[in-house]
Design a binder for this molecule. Structure first.
Ligand code: MLT
Length: 244
C-alpha cells in the first residue's frame, strides 16, 4: 500500500486558498480545538442529530428560517451571538441538544470546515476524539490527508497545530510535508504535558482570563470522547460509524 502524504494547513491565510485546491482524492481533518470542533464533538457525544456549519451569521439565520426547529449556536469574539440559543462553549452542549439539529457559526472553525467541503471525506477533529479520528484514517487509507488548523482570526493557533501533530504521531507509515513535520515537532516538544501547552496557547490564556478555564481543561482531554465526526455531502457534521 502506498504511504499517504500528510499535509498540514497551518494558518487562515492558507485556508483561503483551499477552495481552489483539488481535494477530490484527499481526506481532510479540520481542527479548531478551542473551541469549535471540540464543541461539535461534545454535542454529538450528547446525541445531537447534526451540526450545520455556516460561514456567516446571515447564512446561519437563513438556515434557521428553513429549519425553525434547529438550535442556533456559535460565537463572535468568543461570546454567544445575540439572539442565538447557544454560544461556543462545549460545556453548554449537554442533554439540551439531544436529537436536535444545530446551526453554528464561529470565527474560524466553521469557515475551515466549509473550505474543504470538496474533499473525498471531511472529519471534524479535536484532542477529544483524536484516537477515533486516527483509527478512521488508518481504515480509509487515503493517498492524501490534509489536516487543516483553523486558527483564530488571521492567526495560526498553537492548539490546532499541536492537535495536528498528535494525530500525525498516531499514523504510521506516512510521508510528511514540511508543514506536517513542523506540527509533529511541536507535538513531540509538548507531548508530556498537553494540558500545559493548551493553557499556554494564546487562545487558552484568553479563555482562562475570561474565567473559562474549565473549557480549556475539557478540550485538552486526549481521546475522552470516542466520537467519529464526519461532515457529509449535505454539509452536516454527524457522528459516523467507523469504517469496518
Ligand atoms: C473559532 O472558530 O475561531 C473558535 O472556535 C472561536 C471560539 O470558540 O472562541
Amino acid at each position: 500500500m502506498n504511504q499517504p502524504v500528510i499535509d498540514v494547513i497551518l494558518s487562515p491565510a492558507e485556508i483561503d486558498l483551499l477552495p481552489r485546491r483539488d481535494l477530490g482524492g484527499a481526506v481532510a481533518v479540520v481542527f479548531d480545538v478551542l473551541r469549535a470542533t471540540s464543541t461539535m464533538i461534545t454535542a454529538l457525544s450528547h446525541g445531537a442529530a447534526g451540526i450545520r456549519p455556516a460561514r456567516t451569521i446571515e447564512e446561519a439565520l437563513e438556515l434557521k428560517a428553513a429549519m425553525p426547529g434547529a438550535l442556533l449556536g456559535g460565537e463572535r469574539h468568543g461570546e454567544r451571538i445575540e439572539g442565538f440559543d447557544l454560544g461556543n462553549s462545549p460545556l453548554e452542549y449537554g442533554e439540551n441538544v439531544r436529537e436536535r439539529e444545530i446551526i453554528t457559526t464561529t470565527t474560524n472553525g466553521t469557515i475551515a470546515l466549509r473550505a474543504v467541503e470538496g474533499a473525498a471525506s471531511v472529519l471534524a477533529g479535536a484532542i477529544l476524539n483524536i484516537d477515533a479520528t486516527a483509527e478512521q484514517l488508518m481504515k480509509l487509507a487515503p493517498g492524501e490527508i490534509v489536516i487543516v488548523c483553523a486558527g483564530t482570526f488571521r492567526d495560526a493557533a498553537l492548539e490546532d497545530i499541536l492537535a495536528a501533530g498528535l494525530l500525525i504521531s498516531l499514523l504510521p507509515d506516512r510521508e510528511l510535508t514540511d508543514s506536517a513535520r513542523v506540527a509533529l515537532a511541536l507535538y513531540r516538544q509538548e507531548e508530556w504535558d498537553v494540558h500545559s501547552a493548551m493553557r499556554r496557547a494564546k487562545n487558552g490564556r484568553a479563555l482562562i482570563a475570561k474565567g473559562r478555564e474549565a473549557e480549556v481543561e475539557w478540550c485538552s482531554r486526549i481521546s475522552a470522547l470516542p466520537i467519529l465526526a464526519e461532515m457529509g455531502r449535505d454539509g452536516v457534521v454527524r457522528q459516523a460509524a467507523p469504517r469496518a
